[in-house]
Design a binder for this molecule. Structure first.
Ligand SMILES: Cc1cc2nc3c(=O)[nH]c(=O)nc-3n(C[C@H](O)[C@H](O)[C@H](O)COP(=O)(O)OP(=O)(O)OC[C@H]3O[C@@H](n4cnc5c(N)ncnc54)[C@H](O)[C@@H]3O)c2cc1C
Length: 374
């Protein structure tokens, strides 16, 4: 395919993703936030479009998007609703892990089910005492004759309340391995977590595993490969989706601000005509353009399998999330008291933006990754 043809195709895909997100996701974003739940109709719409298998090849039941196109999808969803992008993030981290690390039998068993959205997948790494330092997890998988018995507790599991399947990281002796755990297994218990600062539609849960027996076939990759190999691979994808979605959030803050400054009048003229307001808009617009470019560069590195992809993704995540927090804070400032009320989406954007600086590895962790590569 020629470069011009590819650019045309990417542009039309991008438009398709934006229309989908605006028409089918954005109208639910406020309710997701205020009611702390996630609309079934949005999940159905994502399924109908095949977006739950967006980056799987067509033979495995997916859409076969490359990372650049997939980034546009995440951008469009992140613009509409952070929780919708979060759903895609955690689901696809598991899809990607099974596709990359699973055996042929595991791929055949799970990928079509996940691509069709028959089960929503969640990613279960973090524990109360082990966040940034994943090596510190205490959940244990003890080998028995018939499989592995899992015991432990995972915290802050996005969409854990509705997941039909979890990718669980657990200690196998001195190393860490990864397991598929279906939600209906004995010993699986899910407790909703409410009242988070942001991403309030992401249906977080605490996942407890008590003498939960999984067959040997549920181990993904070889024993001990969970950390660092599988985890780093999954987190890189997750960080990319967050960066792309956050570029969408930057755009949302900019658009909301532009709309507001044109119609809000103070001192006899639209506030858009005050230079101090123009400076805020200029900073937001420049940051949004820079964030978009960094995400696109990260997508190209991922598509090319470039050794610097990990660092490019970390830079994109660090930059977009910081810039989105600045943009959201300025957007609230521009909206004045209206921005502090629940009637304007910038209120939600500010709370969501803070969450994005923490999930999928905090920004301090991104800085450590970037400085190592630098
Ligand atoms: C809304 C939400 C959804 C989430 N979803 C999931 C999920 O689906 N699955 C999952 O497994 N987890 C999930 N998490 C957990 C998330 O991945 C962790 O919160 C994150 O990795 C940070 O861990 P922590 O919160 O324990 O912070 P800590 O690791 O305790 O860090 C606390 C502070 O210390 C800093 N710090 C830590 N180590 C260093 C260092 N070496 N150098 C400098 N600073 C450092 C951190 O940057 C941070 O500022 C979610 C969290 C949130 C808020």
């Amino acid at each position: 395919m020629s470069t011009v043809h590819r650019l045309h195709e990417q542009a039309s895909l991008g438009e398709r993703f934006k229309s989908f997100a605006l028409e089918q996701v954005a109208p639910h974003a406020h309710a997701h936030d205020s009611e702390q739940t996630f609309s079934v109709s949005v999940i159905e719409a994502l399924k109908d479009q095949g977006y739950l298998g967006a980056c799987l090849p067509a033979v495995a039941g997916g859409l076969g998007l490359d990372m650049t196109a997939y980034g546009s999808l995440c951008e469009a969803l992140g613009h509409a609703c952070t929780s919708a992008r979060n759903l895609l993030t955690v689901h696809d981290m598991v899809v990607h892990t099974v596709a990359e690390w699973g055996s042929p039998a595991q791929r055949d068993a799970w990928l079509p089910v996940l691509a069709r959205g028959e089960r929503i997948a969640a990613f279960a790494l973090t524990e109360r005492s082990a966040g940034s330092d994943a090596r510190g997890i205490e959940t244990e998988a003890r080998e028995t004759g018939s499989g592995f018995v899992l015991n432990g507790s995972k915290s802050w599991i996005t969409f854990g309340q509705i997941a039909g399947l979890f990718l669980v990281f657990a200690r196998t002796g001195d190393a860490i391995s990864a397991f598929i755990v279906e939600s209906e297994r004995n010993g699986v218990e899910v407790a909703p977590i409410k009242d988070m600062l942001g991403a309030r539609g992401s249906m977080l849960a605490q996942l407890s595993l008590t003498d939960c027996l999984v067959p040997k076939e549920n181990m993904i990759g070889r024993r001990g490969k969970g950390y660092p190999h599988i985890l780093t691979d999954a987190l890189t994808l997750g960080r990319y989706t967050v960066a792309a979605g956050t570029a969408g959030l930057q755009r949302a803050c900019l658009e909301a601000s532009i709309g507001y400054v044109r119609q809000r009048k103070q001192f006899g003229k639209p506030i858009a005509e005050h230079q101090l307001i123009q400076r805020k808009i200029a900073a937001m617009a420049t940051d949004a353009a820079a964030g978009k470019l960094l995400v696109e560069e990260a997508g190209r590195h991922l598509d090319a399998g470039h050794p610097r992809a990990l660092a490019q993704v970390a830079m994109a995540k660090l930059f977009t999330t910081r810039a989105a927090f600045r943009a959201a804070s300025e957007a609230v400032q521009i909206h004045g008291a209206n921005g502090c009320s629940a009637d304007y989406p910038v209120n939600r954007h500010l709370r969501d933006a803070k969450i994005l600086e923490i999930i999928e590895g905090t920004n301090e962790i991104q800085e450590i990754i970037i400085s190592r590569y630098a």
